[in-house]
Design a protein around this ligand. Structure first.
Ligand SMILES: [Mn+2]
Length: 408
């Protein structure tokens, strides 16, 4: 008979962190522990609104997809909780070999440092998707054929918030906008405590994508959600007093993509995705959102946190001749700001910076070892037999590569 905890002692949480972080491969947590963590977090999330209100400074992380060692890389590069604030945009599980370890670590960190780390829901935080894309199979493999841990964790997914605001001016979600939603209050009114439905606001928030080729909304080739154009983005920002939307959900070769002069940003945080895409990854650091004065080109207190980047030489050097009016940014009050050179290069707003990183050593090792997905070991690499059919390898062999991003 399991007792339901109202709290878990810090020492127990730290022991969980130690199990995950200080063993190689990481030690997975017992099913009863996962059950308790999920139950406690569910009780806490019950009173959390659909859109959580966060403040800068904060680092925004995109899709992880079970790439546990690359998640640890993020904490190494960008600082770890509680010293750095994090917003994770969903898609913690599926695809990579370590979905169990990834979601376990994030759960423990969330309970250990509740005000320092926020998790919102992606389209993979779903029973149907995780049944088909790896997490369910991984749980069976790592927990001796029992699906209990999958049940605990997918039940928890129903409680995750759907979006976040940063400083009240930036909206963040996993996917994008919905033709059923013109106001943030419509998202706040959704009953989110359920499986992700096939359509409607909740589905579109986790499935949609921006598209520079179109105006208005179009049905998404993913089979769920919509593509939306610049006119939709502009109107949504205007109507909700927002300056920007930040989202994840799409593979970016350089780790990030900026749309419409930074009005919409994609953050992608799974380097060498699926151990074969060779892409970079990034974390978006939001240092501030003080747009009501002109950014000073001189060194300031915020400069120290900018020096971690790879091309920081010109971060605080302001050369007006290198900027055209097109690169300036106008805030809600129509005040003009100049961006630094790196902000122009990255297509971000003042106070923002994409910290780009490459795959961890362990990711490379998994590539070399040629494991199948989710820790199923195939001695013959990519060869599949009828006994242990590799759904994912077969999938990628059959599909043209350009379609990969549509089935994240
Ligand atoms: Mn996604």
């Amino acid at each position: 008979m399991m007792t339901v905890p109202f709290s878990i002692p810090t020492s127990d949480l730290d022991y969980c962190l130690e199990q995950l972080l200080e063993h190689k491969p990481p030690k997975i947590l017992p099913p009863e522990t996962i059950h308790q963590l999920c139950h406690l977090l569910k009780t806490q999330l019950l009173s959390v609104p659909n859109i959580i209100s966060l403040q800068s400074p904060i680092s925004v992380v995109g899709d992880i997809h079970g790439q546990y060692h690359d998640l640890l890389e993020i904490f190494k590069i960008g600082g770890s909780p509680p010293n750095t604030n994090y917003l994770f945009l969903g898609d913690y599980v599926d695809r990579g070999y370590y979905s169990v370890e990834t979601i376990s670590l994030l759960l423990v960190l969330k309970i250990r440092y509740p005000n320092r780390i926020s998790l919102i829901r992606g389209n993979h935080e779903s029973r149907t998707i995780t049944t088909n894309y790896g997490f369910y199979t991984e749980v069976l493999n790592k927990y001796n054929g029992s699906a209990d841990v999958w049940t605990y964790i997918t039940d928890l997914f129903d409680y995750l918030p759907l979006g976040a605001t940063v400083d009240g001016t930036i909206f963040a979600c996993h996917g994008g906008l919905s033709p059923s939603c013109q106001q943030l209050d419509q998202i706040r009114a959704v009953d989110r405590f359920r499986e992700i439905p096939h359509d409607g606001i909740m589905a579109d928030l986790v499935w949609s994508d921006p598209d520079v080729e179109i105006l208005d909304f179009k049905l998404s080739p993913r089979g769920a959600g919509y593509l939306f154009g610049s006119d939709i983005m502009d109107k949504f920002c205007h109507d909700n007093s927002l300056v920007q939307m930040i989202r994840a959900h799409q593979l970016c070769n350089e780790g990030y993509t900026s749309y419409w002069k930074g009005k919409c940003l994609t953050v992608w945080s799974a380097p060498n995705y699926c151990y074969r895409c060779g892409n970079k990854a990034s974390v978006l650091e939001i240092l501030h959102s003080n747009y009501d004065t002109k950014e000073k080109p001189t060194s300031s207190s915020s400069s120290s946190s900018m020096t971690r980047n790879n091309n920081n030489n010109n971060n605080n050097h302001h050369d007006p001749e290198e900027e055209s009016n097109d690169d300036s940014f106008y805030d809600r009050n129509n005040l003009r700001f100049d961006k630094t050179k790196s902000q122009i290069e990255q297509g971000v707003l003042p106070g923002q910076f994409f910290n780009v990183f490459e795959a961890s050593r362990e990711n490379d090792e998994d590539t070399v070892n040629g494991k199948s997905v989710n820790g199923l070991n195939f001695s013959d690499g990519l060869e599949s037999t009828s006994n242990n059919y590799d759904f994912f390898a077969a999938y990628f062999q059959e599909k043209p590569k350009r379609h990969v991003e549509y089935f994240l």
